[in-house]
Design a protein. Structure first.
Length: 109
């Protein structure tokens, strides 16, 4: 678990690492909440031009969820699922905080 405070807002991240996958929960606030879900495969498993990630459910913060899943997948070499829960849609500061948490928590492969 890792937390980060930005402009009076608290962001929390949790990672669950499995043998072949990694699951990240990135939330605004202290409680773990399920948010917009994205799934990504590491680039090495993909053909050129094939998308690296898919949005599974949700719409808020969809770009941040996909970027987070792709980052986790490529850093770990595993299938990655990212859940992003932010209270505001199109939240630039919240998105930056999530990406900072992803980089801080992601284990090196």
């Amino acid at each position: 678990m890792e937390t980060l405070k930005r402009e009076g807002r608290l962001f929390t991240a949790y990672l669950l690492e499995l043998e072949n996958a990694i699951i990240g929960f990135f939330c605004e606030g202290e409680a773990v909440k399920l948010g917009t879900l994205a799934l990504a495969l590491p680039q090495r498993f993909l053909s050129p031009g094939q998308p690296a990630s898919s949005l599974l459910i949700g719409y808020r913060s969809s770009n941040i969820a996909r970027i987070s899943a792709e980052y986790l997948a490529n850093k770990t070499g595993k299938i990655a699922v990212a859940s992003v829960f932010l209270r505001k849609d199109e939240d630039l500061e919240g998105g930056k905080a999530v990406l900072d948490l992803v980089k801080k928590l992601c284990p090196e492969s």
